[in-house]
Design a protein around this ligand. Structure first.
Ligand code: ZN
Length: 568
């Protein structure tokens, strides 16, 4: 529903956009409106934006409701209705409006400073649009929904109770090695039960995506994805350079950290269930118990980073925009969603009381602050930035919050939490490179067989993986890619995490010199939303937009130095 601060001007205040029959006349009106001067064109863009936000909000609302309760048939039906009956009807109508814009000679007279980013984006989507792809994209969304249903139903009987795989993750930190192994095995076995089903869904996705690319006159889906994701500021070759930089700088440090872990644990070899436990057999960190405590601690931290941000988080909590606790039937993972018309963020996650939950909430909090910062912009496309920078908002917040983790941990536990966070940063680079390189393979060789897919995956594990020994669990390793939901749901979305980590680390490096100025630059960049190109968003935040060895090397070294300062 519209926010009082941002009332509707074009769409009737009481129009309920849950029905296509209500939506359609607005598209007609925009299509038929004459554009006689630049003022009329600007107003038309604003009205188009208002309609899009109102429709997006219907989809967001139904998606949020479904993920909060995946076993509720009515919610599932409502979401499916949106992706089957509303979205596919909107897409060609939006395309029609984009074509009208691109063909309008007045568009060239709009002030470039304000409209350049919007203009290049609309023109790129006009170029890529194919009517025959709309049905295929609906098909893709349905496959994605099947994947969610399968993973949402993955529960196991363990230690006398039914548990979600997220709940099972708790045992990875248990100091009883035998118990850890059993929990790991139960999880691996449960996942393997669905491996064939997921392979089937994935085969269909690869074929479908290749057809979508060919329909759009692209050689393969990678070329299509770069265009569709509007990666104007970098190329596949830049991604390959990132893979090489990670292999050179991050992988050796990552493996050295694992060798150290193996020594401290006194095990040989290191096994897949040895990756998260405390190396000195101290009990796992339990930073909070219950969503209330998590929420309160996070609020204190945000207030310390910046009072205004803390107040925004408190408002979200008071108004019911947080669903934090894990329960059966909830979709896996965590995300921040934006109600585009209300211009309000919502945070979803599966908290069970572990350290990762603290990080997730701070991370999603960074996304929520981004939404608040850019909500003033009347143009919907400018109220969010490309993911490469959106994740600087969230990872950057994790690092700005780093000095205040004492809200959740004391003394020696604080050192452990900090060490884990920094080791996690080093660990993420090889994983991002693995997932990204895997997708370069999947979509540039779309005719690959399941065997070739497994082989390619295992090669990448050799190149970027750690030292854990999977002897006896070869299948679990070979299918480990199925744990990465992005591969199914949002293809090619992953390198963004690596690029953004580099931006966030630069924000942190600035904060080590001058915290106030680094936080101010961070907030200033967030407030630009998506109105400027990526290099400029990075620059405003005080970071260079580059992900070659030149940037990766020194930042990995910085994390290493900070790690060396923390007692083991
Ligand atoms: Zn994020």
């Amino acid at each position: 529903m519209p926010n009082k601060e941002f009332p509707r001007r074009f769409v009737k205040a009481d129009a309920d956009l849950n029905e296509w029959s209500v939506i359609e006349p607005y598209f007609d009106a925009l299509r038929d409106r004459p554009l006689n001067d630049t003022a009329a064109l600007e107003q038309w863009l604003l009205d188009y934006s208002e309609l899009s936000a109102a429709i997006d909000e219907v989809g967001t609302d139904r998606h949020v409701k479904m993920t909060c309760q995946t076993d509720d048939e009515a919610r599932k039906a409502a979401f499916l209705d949106f992706i089957e009956n509303i979205e596919p009807r909107c897409k060609p109508r939006c395309h029609e409006l984009n074509v009208k814009y691109a063909a309008c000679p007045l568009a060239k007279e709009l002030p470039a400073e304000r409209y350049h980013v919007l203009d290049r984006s609309v023109r790129a989507s006009v170029e890529l649009f194919r009517k025959e792809n709309v049905a295929l994209q609906t098909e893709e969304a349905k496959l994605s929904q099947q994947f969610q249903e399968i993973s949402g139903a993955q529960t196991v009987e363990f230690e006398g109770k039914e548990q979600t795989l997220q709940q099972l993750a708790l045992y990875a930190e248990n100091t009883d090695r035998e118990l850890r192994q059993r929990a790991w095995e139960v999880e691996a076995k449960r996942r393997l039960q669905d491996a064939d089903k997921l392979e089937g869904i994935f085969d269909q996705m690869i074929r479908l995506r290749h057809r979508i690319a060919q329909n759009a006159d692209c050689a393969d889906y990678r070329e299509y994805a770069f265009k569709a994701k509007q990666r104007f500021d970098y190329t596949p070759e830049d991604c390959l350079a990132f893979h090489a930089a990670v292999e050179k700088s991050a992988v050796p440090l990552f493996r050295a950290m694992q060798e150290e872990r193996k020594r401290h644990l006194g095990v040989d070899p290191l096994r897949p269930w040895d990756g998260s436990v405390d190396v000195f057999a101290r009990p796992p960190l339990r930073p909070f118990s219950g969503a209330e405590a998590l929420c309160q601690g996070a609020s204190h931290i945000f207030h310390k980073v910046d009072d205004a941000l803390g107040a925004q988080f408190d408002e979200m909590n008071a108004a019911g925009y947080l669903d934090l606790e894990s329960r059966k039937g909830k979709a896996p993972g965590g995300y921040q969603a934006t109600y585009d018309e209300e211009r309000h963020p919502f945070i979803f996650m599966n908290a069970v009381g572990v350290q990762r939950d603290v990080r997730t909430l701070i991370h999603e909090g960074g996304h929520a602050f981004h939404c608040y910062a850019a909500r003033h912009d009347p143009l919907l496309p400018y109220r969010s930035s490309p993911i490469e920078f959106a994740e600087v908002a969230s990872f950057g917040m994790e690092l700005l919050a780093f000095d205040f983790l004492g809200e959740f941990y004391k003394g020696d536990e604080l050192d452990r939490a900090k060490r884990a966070q920094l080791e996690g940063i080093i660990g993420i680079f090889p994983w991002v490179a693995t997932i990204d390189a895997f997708q370069h393979f999947l979509y540039t060789k779309p005719e690959h067989t399941r065997d070739e897919r497994r082989a390619a995956w295992l090669d990448l594990r050799e190149r970027f993986g750690g030292i854990a020994d999977y002897t006896g669990y070869e299948d679990a390793l070979a299918y480990a890619w199925q744990r990465q939901l992005h591969l199914f749901e949002v293809p090619f979305y992953y390198i963004e995490y690596g690029i953004a980590k580099l931006g966030a680390l630069q924000v942190w490096r600035n904060a080590m010199q001058d915290r106030a100025s680094a936080t101010a630059r961070y907030r200033k960049a967030l407030a630009l939303g998506g109105s400027r190109p990526l290099p400029e968003l990075f620059e405003t935040a005080g970071a260079t937009f580059d992900f070659s060895e030149r940037t990766v090397g020194p930042l990995v070294e910085l994390v290493k130095q900070e790690l060396d300062k923390i007692p083991a």
